[in-house]
Design a protein around this ligand. Structure first.
Ligand code: ADP
Length: 232
């Protein structure tokens, strides 16, 4: 999220909705008559989906592959890299279904496909819960195609993403201290996160996020209901 512009659209999702997309991907896999032996879930975004899809398909072989965009400390490379190699025997000779949450550039899942194929897997297919039009890679199975680019806030990293978004808007906005209402207004202004949409998807969570930001020393409470960024 760190390379994104100041203003971009976000969509907040919930477990029920995402579970439905897992079901859709699984239904597509069944319809194609592809019968994977193992699911490779890309860490970290593909974990929840990978586990649920195993359940829908009746598979007990689930393994993981961690992709990374950064090598060393802050050196950014264009190509996603494999962080940890897969254990011997994970995919060799097996029919593999690689799962991730979303394909944006599609770089991660494309690299994962190449890696698994090089490990002498038998048939290799890919699936994502969501697909953005920006993706240069077309997964075999897609839960949902998004017409408009958005940053999707998934329930498994709701707190992490909200902390990034809230710190970002507090940094960009005029002013030193912010009430929760002002933070909501900024989230709407910069990221099209409307109060009602957020409360429907993730009810009563703003205060929880603010308290957690305080615990992580990202913000300070200034008075009863005012928050300010901790600089540094
Ligand atoms: P890139 O390789 O450019 O990061 P990918 O399409 O490979 O793009 O996405 C890598 C991971 O980054 C995804 O699995 C997802 O976890 C996260 N991600 C990328 N774009 C989005 C987005 N629009 N909304 C939510 N998460 C995203």
């Amino acid at each position: 999220m760190s390379d994104l512009p100041d203003e971009f659209k976000c969509t907040i999702t919930n477990w029920e909705y995402i579970y439905g997309l897992c079901r859709t991907v699984s239904t597509e896999v069944k319809r194609s008559e592809f019968e994977p032996d193992v699911v490779v879930a890309l860490a970290r975004g593909g974990w929840f989906a990978g586990r649920c899809i195993c359940d829908f398909l009746g598979l007990d072989d689930l393994t993981s592959l961690k992709m990374e965009h950064y090598v060393g400390t802050a050196e950014k490379t264009g190509e996603p890299q494999i962080r940890y190699p897969m254990p011997e025997g994970s995919v060799e000779g097996k029919d593999v279904l690689i799962i991730d949450d979303i394909a944006d550039t599609g770089g991660s899942i494309e690299r994962a496909h190449e890696y698994v194929t090089d490990r002498d897997a038998d048939q290799v297919r890919t699936g994502t819960l969501q697909l953005l039009q920006t993706s240069e890679f077309e997964p075999d199975f897609v839960g949902e195609r998004l017409e408009e680019w958005a940053w999707v806030v998934y329930p498994w990293n709701f707190i992490e993403d909200m902390i990034d978004l809230i710190s970002g808007v507090m940094r960009k906005a005029e002013g030193e201290t912010f009430t929760p209402e002002e933070i909501r207004r900024l989230l709407a202004e910069f990221h099209e996160i409307e109060r009602i949409q957020m409360e429907i998807a993730q009810p009563n969570r703003l205060n929880e996020v603010l308290v957690e930001m305080e615990r992580r020393d990202a913000i300070d409470r200034d008075g009863a209901n005012e928050w300010q960024l901790v600089e540094g």
